[in-house]
Each structure stands twice: as C-alpha cells, then as structure tokens.
Write a protein that binds this ligand. Structure first.
Ligand SMILES: [Zn+2]
Length: 456
C-alpha cells in the first residue's frame, strides 16, 4: 500500500482545536498517522495551505432538485407551488439523464469540500410507475454519479406510498411508489445486496414523511434499518400544513406518530424538524435521533426556523444538508444555524464554531452510516478539505494570527469557493479549485438543460 504525506499549514483536529504544522499520512483510503507541530513540510510532502478540515458530509440531498436553481427562486407562492415545479423535473428524468445530472450536482458538492452525500432517493420507477428492467436502475445511476464525482454515498432509499394523508397518489408520484412497504423492502434488499462489501456505499432506508407513508407501513421500513444496521431518514414537520393534517388524521404530531411506530432512535435522522413542539423536542432528544437542518432550503421555501439549539440540548446531534440545492455550501448552512437562531431569539452566540464544524463533519458522517469519517485521526477515512485563509472573505483569521480564529473565519466568513483542495477517501478530487471532471459549470449547464427539456 503506497503512502502519501500531506503537510497542513493549519488543521482542525479532535476534539475541535486548530493545530499548526500538521503532517497527515495516508495509506490507501485511510489516514495512518497525524502529527501536529511540524514546522516545515517533510521532503516529498504535499503542502496544503490554509485550514484543512476533515471531509464535509451533506446529510440531506435530492440531486435532481439542482435543476430548479435560478428558475424557481423568483416566484411567489409556497413550498407547495414549488413542489409542482420540482415534479416537472421528476417527470423528465431517466437513468441516463439522472446519472448526468447527479454527477454534475455531486461534482459541485466535491468542489465545496463535501466528501459524502446522503441522497434521499424516491424517484424509483419509470414515467408511468412501471419499474425499469432493473427496478433499482435509478439508484444505481446515483451511486455511479457519486463515484465519478469522488464522493461516498449513503443511498437513503425512500418508501413513498401516498400523495398525502388519506390522499391517493397523483401523476408523477406514481414513479415514487412500490405499492406497499413489503415490496419497498424487497427492492431495497436487492439494492443492499448489490453494494454488499462496497466501502464507499451505504444503502440506508427512508420514510419519506408522514404524508407519504401511512403509519401501518412505517414499522417495516424501521425494521429494515435495524436488521441491516443502516441509517433511517425521514422528513418531519417542514411545513405547518403537515402538522395540521397529521393532528387531524392521527390526533398526534408527526414526531409523535414516528415515535409510536418505532421510527425514532440513534440510527434515525429527522430532516428539518422546523415546526416542532416542546414534547416533540423531548421525543427526538431522548431517542438521540439526529436532526438534519437545511437552512438555505428552509429559507428558500419559506418553511420557518427550527429550534436547533433546543433539539441539540435535548440530545439530538445536529447535521447539515443542502436538500434542494438552492445553495451548495455547507459553511453557509453551518453559519445559518447560528444566524437564524439570532433572528428567532434576538440574541447572539448560540453555537461555537467547533460545534457547527462537528455538525458539518463527524455528526453528518455518522448519521449516514460512516462513523469512521469526518475527523482527522488515524484509522479514519482520508478526507482532507483545505480552505483558503487568504481570500478576500477569509483574510485576517488564519496563519497571520497563528491559527487563532481560523475555525471561526471558516464558519462565519468562508464560502464553498474558498475550498482549494479536496482529498476524498485518499483520492485527490479537487486541486487548485478544479475538479477532476473538468468544467463542472458546463457539466451542470448541459445536464440541467436536458433535465428541464420536458419539465419546468
Ligand atoms: Zn428533502
């Protein structure tokens, strides 16, 4: 196994401190040694300028939503009118065009320092709901896309059975459904088997939401997660309308329904949790359910602001996701968790930079079934994300101050454009700000024009 040595000007090391002159040795896809306090790069070492972080984990993504950026933001309306436009793209995709769109979207993520994506996948079947010859053709396209873009993937295969609580499926939603949870599980089993032993792919489960999965089917999905020891993700209370309908139907909030049907727990991630009660916060926290905040999507869709700090204090680790990809920048998601909380409470200083970086790295990876990633230590995945501290955005917070404030500069001032080098699983995916696939802007343009062809 060949070894590579990197010398980081500054690196963010456990338990959340910035250290200077850090030598990181990599063998294959793993870190083999981390040595801080080395003043000069050893001979043959690759020099990484700025602050080097472990890989970022994008814990909630729908790759195809990337095709909506720029065309849906200016309109009036709500989450529900946006959803109609999103369905337009969903109608148009097939496994080949999905591969091209997802590969470009994942490459954009790699450029932003993301080394692992949690792809919440519900676009399973052909245009009229008929399964493809391989019923997992769309899932395979996502895995191929992630691999080509240089990311690990948690493919969170979603069960989706109804168009709303007590509402039949309509139009494109037929592409999302397997009919019942048993048939969903059979298809997910085949997907699991296809990636058995693949270290870069975790096949997980998802309950789309209380809107799309009747409670009697939830236990089957949860059982799949427990049986395989894999993540279970679920959209929860993104919109007040979901809560209202749920209380009307089940006399319980969405979080309560999930709790009563065995969906919450330490393998589970509740995505959004925007409109939750104090009792909901306790149920999520006591079950150590992760909560994935997606602030740039939540602001774009006028969802609201979730009580992230209260959920964290109650016991829920916080993770971050770019969800609809209105923005792909986990630094922006991280600082938005703090800044949104300021707007909601009219007070500052709810989160430390190290806590937000943990959400973007170790917690996100763990929620996706990669507990051995998101930290710079021997044995962990060799993901090294280097961020410039000399750009117009970040200058003043880095080496000139002996590293003091480097983590704060990155969390509160850096953007994805400041990421200049990304090593993902030992492979250099981004160097000098360029992705190995070349011009990612052009890849996105081509794939999005194709995806929108008969859509939006
Ligand atoms: Zn989502």
């Amino acid at each position: 196994m060949s070894e590579l040595t990197y010398w980081c000007e500054l690196a963010w090391l456990p338990p959340g401190e910035v250290a200077a002159g850090v030598v990181v040795t990599v063998g294959g896809s793993r870190i083999t040694a981390v040595t801080p306090g080395v003043a000069e790069p050893p001979a043959g070492a690759v020099r990484l300028r700025g602050l080097t972080l472990p890989g970022l984990a994008n814990a909630h993504s729908h790759a195809f939503h990337r095709a909506l950026r720029g065309v849906t933001q200016a309109e009036r309306g709500s989450f529900w009118t946006w959803r109609e436009q999103m369905y337009g793209v969903a109608r148009a995709l097939d496994p080949d065009s999905y591969l091209r769109l997802a590969r470009a979207a994942f490459a954009e993520m790699a450029l932003a320092g993301i080394t692992c994506v949690g792809e919440f996948h519900y676009l399973h079947h052909g245009p009229d709901g008929t399964p493809y010859d391989d019923p997992n053709a769309m899932g395979h396209a996502l895995v191929a896309a992630a691999r080509e873009a240089g990311l690990r993937i948690a493919l969170l295969d979603a069960c989706y059975l109804s168009g709303g609580m007590g509402v039949a499926l309509d139009g494109v939603q037929h592409r999302f459904t397997d009919g019942d949870a048993e048939r969903w599980a059979a298809r997910a089993e085949a997907l699991c088997a296809a990636y058995d032993g693949a270290p870069d792919v975790e096949v997980g489960a998802a309950v789309h939401s209380v809107r799309a999965v009747p409670p009697e089917h939830m236990r089957t999905v949860a059982a799949f997660s427990h049986q395989h020891g894999v993540p279970l993700h679920v959209h929860v209370s993104e919109q007040r309308a979901e809560n209202t309908a749920c209380v009307e139907m089940y006399s319980a909030t969405p979080v309560q329904v999930l709790h009563e049907h065995g969906v919450l727990g330490p393998r589970t991630t509740a995505v959004h949790a925007t409109h939750v009660s104090e009792a909901d916060v306790s149920l999520l926290g006591q079950s150590t359910t992760y909560v994935c905040m997606c602030p740039t999507t939540e602001r774009d869709l006028a969802d609201g602001i979730g009580p992230a700090r209260a959920m964290f204090e109650a016991g829920s680790p916080i993770t971050l996701g770019s969800d609809s990809h209105a923005v792909v920048d986990l630094f922006e998601e991280a600082r938005a968790v703090e800044l949104d909380e300021r707007l909601a409470t009219e007070r500052r200083g709810h989160w430390r930079a190290a806590e937000l970086l943990t959400a973007a790295t170790a917690a996100g990876h763990a929620s996706l079934g990669f507990p051995d990633a998101g930290t710079l230590c021997p044995g962990a995945w060799a993901d090294l994300v280097s961020v410039r501290l000399d750009s117009v955005r970040t200058a003043g917070g880095g080496a000139s101050a002996g590293g003091l404030g480097a983590a704060e500069a990155v969390v509160f001032a850096a953007t994805a454009a400041d990421v200049h080098s990304v090593v993902s699983g030992g492979r250099q995916v981004v160097a000098e700000g360029r992705h190995v696939l070349g011009d990612v802007g052009a890849l996105l343009e081509t794939a999005i024009v194709e995806a929108r062809g008969v859509g939006v």
